[in-house]
Design a protein around this ligand. Structure first.
Ligand SMILES: N[C@@H](CCC(=O)N[C@@H](CS)C(=O)NCC(=O)O)C(=O)O
Length: 236
């Protein structure tokens, strides 16, 4: 089996979820660290993803997959852990896709105005308007999630899934942007806390913060963007 390479973004990228998922998957992989926006918005990285976004996954010796939903689904298909496999057309498959789509659209997008205001300093009024919009959207999304999580251990119910991994990377933005305290949503908070106790989540934090850490999966080390581009000259 060829080695996967995940391009993950710092600080606080949504690619965090793909790192956690790779740890859970049992697949051998390496990581390529991309600073956003300094490295993500360069001609070199556009050869990996013309949108300049992370995560991106290099697989099968030269194919690149972008978009978290596609990456997570690919990792599921390749994972030897059958607990993560859902057959198309089943309720489990629908539920997984529904949760992942909710996180990747409604929840993720709620934070867009907050990221924009942080990365594009503007007038006090404009910043306040963006923050107010982001806060309203985040409140709406977390309220919906709070109801959906009632009486459930994980996003899918009793079974942990890659949707939970992805949630761990997004939910932390409430604190990052200092908008609403996650304690206002007890079920969301419980799920978030439960994820912090997972070895894979602790590993992903340590990787982002460049702290020494051990993998509970099949992490093989870091590789630089330059090395990947030399190794795969045909990447556009
Ligand atoms: N739809 C994409 C969105 C990816 C995305 O927007 N990633 C952000 C980080 S969470 C990014 O790379 N931003 C680039 C930058 O800020 O320079 C996905 O789900 O993977």
């Amino acid at each position: 089996m060829s080695v996967f390479t995940l391009f993950y973004g710092i600080p606080s990228g949504c690619s965090f979820g793909s790192i956690v998922a790779l740890e859970w998957s049992g697949l051998p992989y390496q990581l390529c660290r991309i600073e956003m926006p300094a490295q993500s918005n360069t001609e070199a990285y556009y050869r990996i993803n013309p949108l300049g976004e992370t995560p991106a996954l290099l697989y099968d010796s030269g194919k690149v997959l972008t978009e978290s939903m596609a990456i997570l689904n690919h990792l599921i298909a390749k994972s030897s852990n059958t607990a993560f496999h859902y057959q198309q057309g089943t309720e489990a498959f629908n539920l997984f896709n529904q949760k992942l789509a909710f996180l990747n659209t409604t929840l993720f997008n709620a934070f867009s105005p907050l990221w924009y205001s942080l990365e594009h300093p503007s007038s006090e009024d404009a910043t306040q308007a963006l923050r107010a919009y982001g806060t309203t959207q985040a409140e709406k999304a977390f309220t919906a999630l709070e109801h959906a999580l009632t009486g459930q251990e994980w996003l899918l119910g009793e079974q942990k899934s890659f949707a939970d991994a992805y949630y761990a990377g997004i939910a932390r933005w409430l604190k990052y942007h200092n908008v609403i305290d996650i304690d206002h949503f007890p079920n969301c908070q419980r799920l978030y806390q439960q994820l912090q106790e997972q070895a894979a989540t602790q590993f992903a934090h340590a990787i982002e913060q460049q702290h020494p850490t051990g993998s509970s999966g099949k992490f093989l080390g870091h590789v630089s963007l330059e090395k990947i581009l030399q190794q795969y000259p045909n990447l556009k």
